[in-house]
Design a protein around this ligand. Structure first.
Ligand SMILES: NC(=O)N[C@@H](CC(=O)O)C(=O)O
Ligand SMILES: [Zn+2]
Ligand SMILES: [Zn+2]
Length: 345
């Protein structure tokens, strides 16, 4: 196969940051994706509908001329989010989901939820209004090993939540384990999951063998090969529960290449090409369109995109770094390496 045309994909998990960083990264997603679910973990976090709508305006203002990219906004759930805020979000028509960060789990999650019991009224409103809860699915207890935090989250947080709110739409974000893939596969239709390109392409050896490679460090952390294989099987299974969410998470080069480096992989510049690489490796390129372009909008109850993109088999090399905020640079995942597939146009 030398060319592949797909319904235009959407990114169901994207970090765009703000200000100069936003201006530096938004075009990379807008040229590939029709829409994206925009993560609310800014400093300070996007906790109200009013803030989400203002952030949306800043994103639209940062887009290249003529772009039709649509940011789908989210609210950052806190211990104090009132049910009325969920109602305002729903009434706006522009806020599509609410994001759960367990307090301290990841980048800018300090204002996150300490115990879901505090959020019961807000979650009941979400279940009633059909607003999905997007979850960073890791526990944060110091005694739980970082490689086990996702599996323990299923047992301690996700299972009891779904018992209490069985009709709540839940997206288990950026899943990284066989445990999560199995849980979602056997859950009812209101439970879906996003899978990143980097978790389909890499295991923890890529990050740690022959030197520590900070650009592969993200949360949830890369797992062992058995888990990567389970994620590939889920993504290429054709199941409508699994869809594309890059979790492209830009951090300046200096903040990654540091004695205490930030978590996050910047994959937006070659997102669809990275997914095509993973699907081809699994011998399942014909399943890419469902995963990238159909399952997400179907889950969210939104129309599929009406236009298409074309990938061509044309090797190209990702730049070593790209311009970022305040004169800094940013290193995309696979920097300086060659990709077989290239987005046309
Ligand atoms: N994935 C990451 O490693 N980092 C994300 C936060 C997140 O999605 O957990 C970020 O905002 O940098
Ligand atoms: Zn996360
Ligand atoms: Zn993320």
């Amino acid at each position: 196969m030398t060319s592949l045309t797909l319904t235009r994909p959407d990114d169901w998990h994207l970090h765009l940051r703000d200000d100069q960083a936003l201006a530096a990264v938004v075009a990379a997603s807008a040229r590939q994706m029709g829409r994206a679910i925009i993560m609310p973990n800014l400093k300070p976090p996007v906790t109200t509908t009013e803030q989400a709508l203002a952030y949306r305006e800043r994103i639209l203002a940062a887009l290249p001329e003529g772009s039709r990219f649509e940011p789908l906004m989210t609210l950052y759930l806190t211990d104090n989010t009132p049910a009325e805020e969920i109602e305002r979000a729903h009434a706006s028509g522009l806020v599509q989901a609410v994001k759960l960060y367990p307090a301290g789990a990841t980048t800018n999650s300090d204002s996150g939820v300490t115990d879901l019991a505090h959020c019961d009224a807000a979650i009941a409103a979400m279940a009633r209004l059909g607003i999905p809860l997007l979850m960073h699915g890791e526990v944060t207890d110091a005694e739980i090993d970082i490689f086990d935090r996702e599996a323990v989250f299923i047992e301690r947080v996700l299972t009891p939540l779904l018992e209490r709110h069985p009709t709540l739409k839940v997206v288990f974000e950026h899943i990284t384990t066989a445990d999560a893939a199995e849980f979602v596969s056997s859950a009812p239709a209101n439970v879906g999951a996003t899978i990143t390109a980097h978790h389909l392409l890499y295991n923890r050896n890529h990050m740690l063998v022959g030197g520590i490679r900070p650009h592969y460090y993200c949360l949830p952390i890369l797992k062992r090969e058995r888990h990567r294989q389970a994620l590939l099987a889920a993504a290429t299974s054709g199941s409508p529960k699994f869809f594309l969410g890059t979790d492209s998470a830009p951090h300046a080069q200096g903040d990654k290449e540091s004695a205490c480096g930030c978590a996050g992989a910047y994959t937006a510049p070659a997102a669809i090409e990275l997914y095509a690489t993973a699907f081809e490796e699994a011998g399942a390129l014909e399943r890419l369109e469902g995963f990238a372009s159909h399952h997400g909008p179907d889950f969210y109850g939104l129309p599929r995109n009406a236009d298409t993109i074309t990938l061509v088999r044309e090797p190209w090399t990702l730049p070593e770094s790209l311009p970022y905020a305040d004169g800094q640079r940013i290193v995309p995942l696979r920097a300086g390496e060659t990709l077989e597939w290239k987005l046309k146009g």
